[in-house]
Design a protein around this ligand. Structure first.
Ligand SMILES: Nc1nc2c(c(=O)[nH]1)N[C@H]1C(S)=C(S)[C@@H](COP(=O)(O)OP(=O)(O)OC[C@H]3O[C@@H](n4cnc5c(=O)[nH]c(N)nc54)[C@H](O)[C@@H]3O)O[C@H]1N2
Ligand SMILES: Nc1nc2c(c(=O)[nH]1)N[C@H]1C(S)=C(S)[C@@H](COP(=O)(O)OP(=O)(O)OC[C@H]3O[C@@H](n4cnc5c(=O)[nH]c(N)nc54)[C@H](O)[C@@H]3O)O[C@H]1N2
Ligand SMILES: [Mo]
Length: 684
C-alpha cells in the first residue's frame, strides 16, 4: 500500500523545508513535496529538491565500503567489508597518532547535512576523545556571524513571516529567488500591500530582475555604501535618537566616521549614483516598517565582516527594530540554543592523550594546512558532509595536499565526489531520508525532527553509526559512545533556554515541527524592539573604530599591479539549480555551472563571442566556461555559478582553482568573492 511519511530537507539552506515523501508499496519513494501544513514551507519545494529522488536512487550511489587500489587520486577502488574498512581506519589512525601525535589527524566537515546528530554529534565526540586537531568551520558564514556577535551579541534576526508586513524590503547581497525561495511569498504579499522591493547586488540575477530597483554595487564595497547611507540619514536628522541613546554604544564615533562618507565620495567607491544613495537613505529611514534581508554573499570578501557590521547598524540607527516588519535578517540560528556541549562533548578532549583543547585548523585554508602545516604536519584527514576537493578555495594547493602519499584520507559519502576520488577508504552513508536527525534553521524559527522515511540502501550507515563503531574500534570506553539517537536527542534538548521551554522530544515526534518559544504569546517576535542586545554592555556596539573603508586588495580598486594583470572581478555565487556541489553528479550539457556571464564591453575587447568556450585565469589557476554575453553583470565583473564537480569540467579544473585563501577581516572566513581574474577565448 502506498503511504506518506514526513521528513525534513537537510541541505544547507536557510529554508530547512518540511517534506512529505510519497512511498509506494515496495517502500520506494515516488515523490517529494513541500509540507502544505508547514507555515514556512507552505507546500512547495525548490526545483532542485523536487528532483532529489534522482540523487537518492542514482545508479552511482555508494553502497559498500571501498579501499583504494592504484595511485592516489586515481579513483580506483575495490569493495571491502565494513569490518575490514573500520579495522584499517582504526589501525592507521592509532599508528599515525602514536608516530606524529593526535593533532596530526584532522576532521573536515561542513553542512552537507544540517542535521545536528549527523552534522555535529557522534563525530565531534569521536574527534574530541581522540585529541584530533579541531576544525574552524569558516567556509561559509563566519565573517557575518562574528560581525553579528560583535554588534548584536546574538545571531538572530527578523522572523521571515514579518517581511509580509514591511513597506520597504532591501535584499542586500541576497538572491532570494535562488537561495531562499520560501521567503518570496512574504515579499509578494508585502508588495501587494504597496511595499517597494530593492536589490543591492553587483549581479542582476533573477531576484534583481524582479525588483523595483536594482543597485549594481561594486563587489566588496558594501561597507562604503552603508557608511554613505548613515551619512545621509544623520545629516538629515532622520535617526531615531531615543533608540540610539537607550540601546547603543559608540554612536558618536559612528557619526564621526559616517561624516567622512558623503554621497559624492561613496558614489565613487560603490559605483552607485550620488542621487540614488541620497534617495535610498531617505526612503529607508522614513519608510516604516523597513526590512533588510542581507545574505552571506556580502561577507565572502576581504571586508565582509565590517560590511555586515555596518549594514546591521542601519536598523539600529533608524529604530527599524521597534516595529513588526522592521529590522534585519542575516540568520535566525542563534535562537536554537540546544545543549550543544552535551551533544558534542568538548570536555572529552581532557581525557584525550593531549589532555587539553587541540589546535584549531581553519577549513578555509585547507590547502595550506595540508601542504605547509608543521608541529605536527597533518597525516590523516577524515572528510564527511563536505566536498573539499571542489568547494575549498585555492584548489591547486588543496589537490596537491590530497595527493600526498603520506596523507591517510577517509571519506564518508553518498556519491563518488571528487574528494572521494582522493580517499584511501570510502565509506557509504545514508541520506537524510534514511536516518533520524534534528534540525535548526538559519532562515526561520522552527525546530524539526525527521525519522527515517526510507530503508538505507546497500550497506550504507549514518555518520552517527560510523563514528560510534569507530570509537569502539579505537577502544574508547566512554559511555557516550553507546548513546542511541534517542539519547543524543534528549541531551540536545536538555537546555535551560527559554526558546526551548515546553519543547520535548515526545512533542517533536508527534508534530515534527515546532516553533521555538519566542516568548511573545503568538505576537510578532521583536528581538531588539527594546534593546535586548547580548553584547557584554547589553547595547548594540557600533564599533566604528574598526569600520573604516579601504578597498579590498583583490578588487579593481585595490593593488594596482594585480589589477593591471587581472582586471576583472569574479563572483562565483550560488547556482539556482544546485546546492554547492551536492548535485555535481549531474552532467547535462545545460548545467548552468558551466556558464560565465560577461558584459559585452569586456567580451568585445577580448574577441569573445556568444557561446564561445573561454578560459578564466589568474596567478592561482584557470577554469573553462561557456561565455554568456548579457547584462547580468556590469563591465569589470564576471559571474560564474557554483559548483560543478571538477571531473565534469574541462581539464578537471573548477571555479576554486581561481579563488584565493585569504581570510576575511573578521571571523576568519573565506573570501571567495574577492577574486581578480582575466578571461580569453579558450583556443587562444
Ligand atoms: N539554489 C541554491 N540555494 C542555496 C545554495 C546553493 O548553492 N544553491 N547554497 C546555500 C548556502 S551554503 C548558502 S551559504 C546560502 C547563501 O545564500 P546567498 O548568500 O543568497 O548566496 P550567494 O550566491 O553566496 O550570495 C548572494 C548574492 O550576493 C551577491 N554578491 C556577491 N558579492 C557581493 C558584494 O560584494 N556585495 C553585494 N551586495 N552582493 C554581493 C551575489 O551576486 C549573490 O547574488 O544559500 C544556500 N542556498
Ligand atoms: N567558489 C565558491 N566556492 C564556494 C562557495 C561559493 O559560493 N563559491 N560557497 C561556499 C559555501 S557558502 C559553502 S557552505 C561551502 C559548501 O561546501 P560543502 O559543505 O562541501 O557542500 P557540498 O558541496 O554541497 O557538499 C556536501 C557533501 O556532503 C555530503 N553529505 C550530505 N549528507 C551527508 C551525510 O549525512 N553524511 C555524509 N558523510 N555526507 C553527507 C553530500 O553528498 C555532499 O557531497 O562551499 C563553499 N565554496
Ligand atoms: Mo554556505
Amino acid at each position: 500500500m502506498a503511504t506518506q511519511a514526513k521528513s525534513v530537507c537537510a541541505l544547507d539552506c536557510p529554508d530547512t523545508c518540511a517534506l512529505v515523501v510519497d512511498i509506494d508499496a515496495a517502500g520506494r519513494a515516488t515523490k517529494l513535496s513541500g509540507d502544505p501544513a508547514h507555515p514556512f514551507t507552505r507546500g512547495f519545494l525548490c526545483a532542485k529538491v523536487t528532483r532529489y529522488l534522482d540523487r537518492e536512487y542514482h545508479p552511482e550511489r555508494l553502497l559498500y565500503p571501498m579501499r583504494r587500489i592504484g595511485a592516489k587520486g586515481g579513483g580506483r577502488f575495490e569493495r571491502v567489508s565494513w569490518d575490514a574498512a573500520l579495522d584499517e581506519i582504526a589501525t592507521r589512525l592509532q599508528g599515525i597518532a602514536a608516530e606524529h601525535g593526535t593533532e596530526s589527524i584532522l576532521p573536515y566537515s561542513y553542512a552537507g547535512t544540517m542535521g545536528l546528530l549527523n552534522g555535529a554529534g557522534m563525530d565531534r565526540r569521536f574527534f574530541h576523545r581522540l585529541g584530533a586537531s579541531r576544525l574552524d568551520r569558516t567556509i561559509c558564514a563566519s565573517a557575518g556571524g562574528a560581525a553579528l556577535e560583535l554588534s548584536q551579541g546574538f545571531r538572530v534576526g527578523m522572523e521571515p513571516q514579518q517581511f509580509a508586513q514591511s513597506k520597504l524590503i532591501i535584499a542586500w547581497g541576497a538572491n532570494i529567488l535562488g537561495t531562499n525561495v520560501h521567503l518570496w511569498p512574504d515579499i509578494v504579499a508585502a508588495r501587494r500591500n504597496g511595499a517597494r522591493f530593492y536589490v543591492i547586488d553587483p549581479v542582476k540575477n533573477r531576484t534583481g530582475r524582479l525588483a523595483d530597483k536594482h543597485f549594481a554595487i561594486h563587489p566588496g564595497s558594501d561597507l562604503a555604501l552603508a557608511l554613505g547611507l548613515m551619512n545621509v540619514i544623520l545629516r538629515a536628522s532622520l535617526e531615531d535618537a531615543e533608540y540610539i541613546s537607550a540601546h547603543t554604544n559608540g554612536f558618536e564615533g559612528m557619526r564621526a566616521l559616517a561624516a567622512q562618507y558623503p554621497p559624492e565620495r561613496v558614489a565613487k567607491l560603490t559605483g552607485i549614483a550620488e542621487s540614488d544613495i541620497e534617495e535610498l537613505a531617505r526612503e529607508y529611514a522614513t519608510t516604516k516598517p523597513a526590512a533588510i534581508r542581507v545574505n552571506y554573499g556580502v561577507q565572502r570578501s576581504d571586508r565582509g565582516g565590517s560590511a555586515v557590521r555596518a549594514i546591521a547598524a542601519l536598523p539600529v540607527l533608524t529604530g527599524a527594530w521597534r516595529l513588526a516588519g522592521g529590522g534585519l535578517q542575516l540568520t535566525t540560528s542563534g535562537a536554537f540554543e540546544f545543549n550543544h556541549a552535551a551533544l558534542e562533548r568538548p570536555d572529552l578532549q581532557l581525557v584525550s592523550p593531549l589532555g587539553r583543547s587541540a589546535r584549531l585548523v581553519n577549513m578555509s585554508k585547507l590547502g595550506a594546512a595540508l601542504t605547509e602545516t608543521n608541529n605536527p604536519p597533518l597525516h590523516a584527514l577524515v572528510v564527511y558532509n563536505s566536498n573539499p576537493a571542489v568547494i575549498a578555495p585555492d584548489q591547486s594547493k588543496v589537490v596537491k595536499g590530497l595527493l600526498r602519499d603520506d596523507l591517510f584520507t577517509v571519506v564518508l559519502e553518498q556519491l563518488r565526489t571528487d574528494t572521494a576520488d582522493y580517499a584511501d577508504i570510502v565509506l557509504p552513508v545514508t541520506t537524510f531520508l534514511e536516518h533520524t536527525d534534528i534540525y535548526r534553521s538559519y532562515g526561520h524559527y522552527y525546530v524539526q525532527l525527521a525519522r527515517p522515511a526510507l530503508r538505507p540502501p546497500g550497506e550504507t550507515k549514518s555518520n552517527v553509526e560510523i563514528f560510534r563503531q569507530l570509537a569502539k574500534r579505537m577502544g574508547f570506553a566512554d559511555a557516550c559512545f553507546d548513546d542511541s539517537e534517542e539519547d543524543m536527542l534528549r541531551s540536545l534538548l536538555r537546555t535551560d533556554s527559554p526558546f526551548f521551554q515546553g519543547i520535548t522530544l515526545e512533542e517533536l515526534d508527534h508534530r515534527r515541527s515546532i516553533e521555538l518559544n519566542l516568548g511573545t504569546g503568538g505576537k510578532p517576535y521583536l528581538p531588539f524592539a527594546n534593546g535586548g542586545f547580548r553584547t557584554s554592555s547589553g547595547k548594540f556596539e557600533f564599533g566604528s573604530e574598526t569600520l573604516k573603508y579601504t578597498a579590498p586588495a583583490e578588487s579593481r580598486y585595490g593593488d594596482a599591479d594585480l589589477v593591471s594583470r587581472f582586471p576583472l572581478e569574479l563572483i562565483s555565487g550560488k547556482n539556482d539549480d544546485s546546492m554547492n556541489s551536492t548535485f555535481g553528479h549531474r552532467t547535462q550539457v545545460d548545467c548552468q555551472t558551466s556558464l560565465l556571464s560577461i558584459h559585452q564591453e569586456d567580451a568585445a575587447k577580448r574577441g569573445i563571442t556568444q557561446g564561445m568556450q573561454v578560459k578564466v585565469f589568474n596567478e592561482r589557476g584557470a577554469c573553462f566556461f561557456q561565455a554568456q554575453i548579457n547584462d547580468d553583470v556590469p563591465p569589470g565583473v564576471l559571474r560564474g555559478r557554483s559548483l560543478r564537480w571538477h571531473k565534469h569540467a574541462p581539464q578537471g579544473l573548477g571555479m576554486n582553482h581561481l579563488t584565493g585563501d585569504r581570510l576575511t577581516d573578521i571571523g576568519g572566513g573565506a573570501t571567495f568573492f574577492s577574486c581578480l581574474v582575466d578571461v580569453a577565448p579558450a583556443g587562444g
